[in-house]
Each structure stands twice: as C-alpha cells, then as structure tokens.
Design a protein around this ligand. Structure first.
Ligand SMILES: [Fe+2]
Length: 220
C-alpha cells in the first residue's frame, strides 16, 4: 500500500493509534487512543472511518470523544461492539491496576468507560473498498473475544494479536489459546511473509520476523 500511515503511540497507555491518509484529504483511523493527538494528526482531513482491532480500553479510549465531533463510521466485530459497551469487558474498570503494573503515575485516574455500539459490525469478516484500497476485517479471537485483523492491501493491523518482541498475551479470564492457535495462527501463516504488520503496541515489522513464533504455536 502506498498510502502514508502515521502512528501515534500514547505515552500513558502505550498503545498505537494509526491514521491512514488518502490523497483527497480523507483518512481512516485505527484504534483511537488519545483525542488531542488524533485531532492534531488529522488536521485538514476528514475522518471517514474508525476501525477497531479489539475492545480493550487502551484501543478505544478516544472513541467517544471522536464520535462527538466527527461523522466517522465505526467498524468492528460484533463481539467487540458488545464488549466495548461494558466497562468490565473493555477493562477500563481495572485499567488503573494495569497502569500500576506498567509503572505509571499512581495518581492517574481511569473512570469506568463504555461506548455506544459500532455503526458497522460483522460476525466473521467484512470487506469494503476505501479510496481504491481493498480493506478486510477478519475476526481473530484469542487475545480477546472481540479481536480482529484489519487488512489494507499488504498491510495488516493486528491489534494485540501479534507483537515483535513478546508472546501474545492471552489471559485465562477472557482470552483463548485454543482460538488463537486454530484461527489467528493459520490466518497469519497464510499471508505473504512480506506483509507489513502494524501492532497495537511497539514497532511495526515484517510478518517474516514472526514466522518461527507462529509455527511454534501451530505445532504445540
Ligand atoms: Fe488488548
């Protein structure tokens, strides 16, 4: 994909928000995490769509604020849409604890947070064309029940389903190792190893850099 992609890494949440720019001053936002940063990054552009990789608070923290000031359509899996409406399921109710473990300022307050349902939802997958680019959303449970991959041509936004420098985090309470092995791993192994991976946290990388890791899970 030739389009410019910008990443904003939030200092507190440590999550990545991505903005994909088109030539006609339209843009596509993925995982809105910080409203001020997004407004800065999208100055002079119309946000047409907001795609979500999953329901966790660090990936939706600016969604409500953004929806108040734009007409952007929100796209995510049906399960993500349901779970982001619940402060326990989107983890905002316990996010202060998470920030504590991340070594953040103990005075940071995270209020329980919930969102309205998404505008466009899907059960397994959803395909569209945006600015001449094929865009596909695929359900990818494992890290969380509502997780998805968002594929723009040869670029894959994976949320927390793959990272360059650590194993995928799958908590017993809401994640599923079995789903990850049966759904996410084969999906990624079927993609071109040249695909560029844009994760929910950390640096982007080529899929080829994580093939050994994915193969090891497949064979477990
Ligand atoms: Fe997550």
């Amino acid at each position: 994909m030739r389009n410019r992609i910008a990443v904003y890494r939030d200092e507190i949440l440590e999550s990545n928000c991505y903005v994909i720019y088109a030539e006609d001053h339209k843009c596509f936002v993925i995982d809105p995490n910080n409203i001020d940063a997004i407004l800065e990054y999208t100055k002079g552009y119309e946000i047409e769509y907001i795609g979500l990789t999953h329901e966790h608070y660090d990936h939706i923290a600016a969604l409500n604020a953004l929806r108040k000031i734009t007409d952007a359509k929100v796209i995510c899996s049906q399960v993500c849409s349901e779970r982001m409406q619940d402060a326990d399921k989107n983890l905002s109710s316990i996010f202060k604890v998470q920030l504590h473990f991340m070594g953040k300022d103990p005075d940071i307050v995270v209020e329980p947070y919930h969102c309205e349902p998404a505008d466009i939802t899907y059960t397994e997958s959803f395909a569209m064309e945006w600015e001449g680019i094929p865009v596909c959303f695929f359900r990818a449970p494992g890290h969380s029940p509502g997780s998805a991959m968002i594929v723009f041509d040869d670029v894959i936004f994976v949320g927390d389903s793959l990272s360059l420098d650590h194993d995928v985090i799958i908590r017993k309470r809401y994640g599923s190792k079995d789903d990850y092995r049966k759904i996410v791993v084969p999906f990624l192994l079927a993609k071109s190893q040249e695909s560029m991976i844009y994760p929910g946290h950390g640096k982007n990388f080529r899929l080829s850099q994580r093939i050994t890791y994915l193969e090891s899970i497949k064979n477990r």
